[in-house]
Every structure is written in structure tokens, then in C-alpha cells.
Design a protein around this ligand. Structure first.
Ligand code: ADP
Ligand code: MN
Ligand code: MN
Ligand code: MN
Length: 409
């Protein structure tokens, strides 16, 4: 408790420094995925880029900004007018690029000591960070950026823990199917004794029931973290599509999507980095483990919703059923990609299907795959793969879904 009080009382002091001018530099926080499926990051300054001719728009991989948000909210003609105004205004008040216009290609390759992260041996320890997507930085604010990077070896091969490289190839090869994913990330907030935050010391809370989508003291804890994370995602252009309190006290969920192709893995990883970083501000830990508390408590998953272009239009149900037939014989192969310790969670109890058996059903939460009621009623839409664990790598999940359905490359 003391740690958190000290942290919050420092806010005013920190803000004194945060207001200081950066003297023509931006801060670029490079984020990568480590050997145990957590994110790591380090920062370097970059000189602010000069604004090019007003019409020259560089695209960044993945990020959208306030103008894009306006686009969807207003009719397009008016949005165009507002966007033009904003571009002119920002040209007047600053002569540097807004952070959304930094592209991954413009940023330098960097490196880190892979022997300190179990990602490389000590005698050949350099791991290279190749930028792959850029987002506005919700922690330092404009004009600073978050740079998601792939890990590569000095010999020009992807690092053992770089699952993005192969995933991106698959997404590229099957881009014509316009694959959409929506991932539901469940997690638990832990105190420093590794017990769920808000649980009584040495005891247990009342059994599950009042906590799912709960409101009120005694039902949910640390909503502040959930709200701050939501804002951070929106600011960065991560397509967060909702959040809710979960079945076990201290457990929460947020959804990201629908995102097309490789953007799904990119955005989910950045959203995980944001959550760990926000929770750090509150002195709270995040557990991504699929069964954070043993016993009669719900585990946690990364339900993966999927649709192709063909599934989203009339007659789509046939394509959904074909996909499920393709997925069935790949069950064991899929489970291997769906996260560590998932056997502790996929027991056939607590709203899961059994790990040994592939099953599907309409509106059934005790199966491997659920077809949402609305999809069944309309005859087209998407399906939900409920098997992936909360600690699964979204690059591995989205890739195996694609290769199971459309074939290996
Ligand atoms: P649940 O009822 O399982 O809790 P949620 O509302 O939490 O479902 O999550 C549903 C997810 O499905 C969201 O991430 C959403 O973006 C995604 N989704 C919605 N439509 C599609 C679609 N056509 N293809 C893929 N994903 C979709
Ligand atoms: Mn959900
Ligand atoms: Mn859930
Ligand atoms: Mn779900």
C-alpha cells in the first residue's frame, strides 16, 4: 500500500519536468516481445523531422489519429474540411510532423543485449530491433512515439521469439480474403504478494457471481487502471472495442478489433505494453496466466473472433462451416500455438471446452468454437475460437487460424 501512496504523491513533481521543452527532439520508445511473452522497451531521442510539402502525406503502419476519429464521426465532406483546417492550423503553430506521420521505414534499426533477456547467447548477444509499426505515445504525449519492433539476429534471420515475421508473410499471401480478427484479452490485476488485487489477506472473496460486469465497491477493483488503459489505446489509435469486468474478482477484459491481417497482432501487443505500463503507474502487477488462481475460479483466455470477406456476406455460413471443418483436424496443432499452461484452463468447466476435443456450437460457451447467435440468425458473420489462452501470442494465433483454413505456404 505504501508504495502506491508514494507513487501518487510524486505526480506534481513529475509534471514539473514533463512540461519542459524537448528542444527539437522527439522520444521514440522501442517496444519488443521478449522470451517469456512479456514486452520490453527502451527509449532514444530522434531529431524532429521537418514538415514536407503540405500535401505529402506519409503513412504510418497501424496508427490512426484524431483526424481519423473525426472522419468516422462526421460526414466525409465536413470531415475533409475539418482535416484540411487542422493541417493548416498545425502547420501554423508548429513546423514538425505530427507523430502519426512517422512511418516505421523512417526509423533506424536499433539493438539490445539479448543475453540479458534470454533472447541470445552471451558470446553473440546483439539482437536487432527492426521497426514495424508506429503509434502516438500516450504516456509522454505529442510529439513522442511508440515504435513496435521485430527482433532479428546479426546473421539476418528472425530471432527465435519473433513470431511476427512468418505471420506477416501469411497475412500478405492471403490478403485477398481480407481476414478480420477481434481478440478478447482477459487479465488479472495482482498485488505485490501475487494475489489478485483487493482479495482479503489470507482468505478468499465470496464465490463468483456478482463480479462479471459488476459495478460498485466490493465487486470490482482498480477501475482507474481500466479507464486509463482505454484512453491510452484510443489516443494511440489502437482499435480497442470495449472493456468489462470479468467473472473472478480482480479480473478484467478488453477487446481489440476488428483489425485486418498483421495489424491484429501489432495492436494487441501494443495494447499489452500499454496495460503493463499503466498498471506500473499504479504500482499494480498484471497477470496474463490462463489460470492465475487454482480452484473454483475462472481462468482467462484470448477468445479470437475471425471472419473472411466471404464469411461476412450473404451465404457466409457455408464458408464458416467449411472453415470449422478445416480447423477440426488441426486441433492439436492449434493448441500448441495457443499459449502455455492452457491445460490448466481448458478443462471443460468454467465456460471452456476440453483441451482434448474439438467441438463447436451456436451460442455455446462450453465448446472450442462458438458461432454467435446473431451470425447463425443472419446466416453470415464471424466465429469465435475460445481456445487461445490469455498469454497466447496473437501472431501465432492469427497465423495458425489462417494456415489451417487456407493452407500452409
Ligand atoms: P463476447 O460476446 O464473446 O464476450 P466481445 O464483445 O467481448 O464478445 O468481443 C467480440 C469481438 O469480436 C470484438 O473484438 C469485435 O471487434 C470482434 N468482431 C466483431 N465482428 C467481427 C467480424 N466480423 N470479424 C472478426 N471479428 C469481429
Ligand atoms: Mn468478451
Ligand atoms: Mn470474457
Ligand atoms: Mn468471448
Amino acid at each position: 500500500m505504501a508504495t502506491r501512496e508514494v507513487l501518487s504523491s510524486r505526480t506534481e513533481t513529475v509534471n514539473k519536468y514533463m512540461k519542459l521543452d524537448q528542444k527539437g527532439n522527439i522520444m521514440a520508445e522501442y517496444v519488443w516481445i521478449d522470451a517469456v511473452g512479456e514486452t520490453r522497451s527502451k527509449s532514444r531521442p530522434r531529431p524532429e523531422r521537418e514538415r514536407a510539402a503540405p500535401t505529402a502525406g506519409t503513412t504510418s503502419s497501424g496508427a490512426s489519429g484524431p483526424i481519423d476519429l473525426l472522419d468516422s464521426a462526421l460526414d466525409s465532406e465536413f470531415a475533409g474540411f475539418v482535416a484540411g483546417m487542422m493541417t493548416e492550423l498545425s502547420a501554423l503553430c508548429c513546423d514538425t510532423l505530427p507523430e502519426k506521420e512517422y512511418a516505421a521505414e523512417d526509423l533506424p534499426v536499433w539493438n539490445f543485449d539479448g543475453s540479458s533477456t534470454d533472447q541470445a547467447p552471451g558470446e553473440n548477444s546483439d539482437v536487432y530491433l527492426r521497426p514495424c509499426a508506429v503509434y502516438p505515445d500516450p504516456f509522454r504525449g505529442s510529439p513522442n512515439i511508440i515504435v513496435l519492433a521485430e527482433c532479428w539476429g546479426a546473421d539476418g534471420t528472425p530471432n527465435k521469439f519473433n513470431f511476427r515475421h512468418e505471420c506477416a508473410k501469411v497475412m500478405e499471401a492471403y490478403a485477398d480474403h481480407e481476414p478480420w480478427f477481434g481478440l478478447e484479452q482477459e487479465y488479472t490485476l495482482l498485488d505485490h504478494d501475487d494475489r489478485p488485487f483487493g482479495w482479503p489477506t489470507g482468505g478468499f472473496p465470496a464465490p463468483q457471481g456478482p463480479y462479471y460486469c459488476g459495478v460498485g465497491s466490493g465487486k470490482v477493483v482498480m477501475r482507474d487502471i481500466v479507464e486509463c488503459h482505454y484512453k491510452a489505446c484510443l489516443y494511440a489509435g489502437v482499435q480497442i472495442s470495449g472493456t468489462n469486468a470479468e467473472v473472478m474478482p480482480g479480473q478484467w477484459e478488453y477487446q481489440v478489433g476488428p483489425c485486418e491481417g498483421i495489424k491484429m497482432g501489432d495492436q494487441l501487443w501494443v495494447s499489452r505494453f500499454f496495460l503493463a505500463r499503466v498498471a506500473e503507474d499504479f504500482g499494480v502487477k498484471v497477470s496474463w496466466h490462463p489460470k492465475p488462481i487454482r480452484g473454483d475460479w475462472n481462468g482467462q483466455g484470448l477468445h479470437s473472433n475471425f471472419s473472411s470477406k466471404e464469411m461476412r456476406v450473404e451465404g457466409g455460413m457455408k464458408h464458416i462451416e467449411d472453415a470449422l471443418k478445416k480447423l477440426e483436424p488441426h486441433h492439436v496443432e492449434c493448441i500448441k500455438e495457443y499459449g502455455e499452461d492452457n491445460d490448466q484452463r481448458l478443462t471443460g468447466r468454467h465456460e471452456t471446452g476440453s483441451i482434448d476435443q474439438f467441438s463447436w456450437g451456436v451460442a455455446n460457451r462450453g465448446t472450442s468454437i462458438r458461432i454467435p447467435r446473431e451470425t447463425a440468425a443472419k446466416g453470415y458473420g464471424y466465429f469465435e475460437d475460445r481456445r487461445p489462452a490469455s498469454n497466447a501470442d496473437p501472431y501465432r494465433v492469427t497465423k495458425i487460424l489462417m494456415t489451417s483454413i487456407f493452407g500452409k505456404l
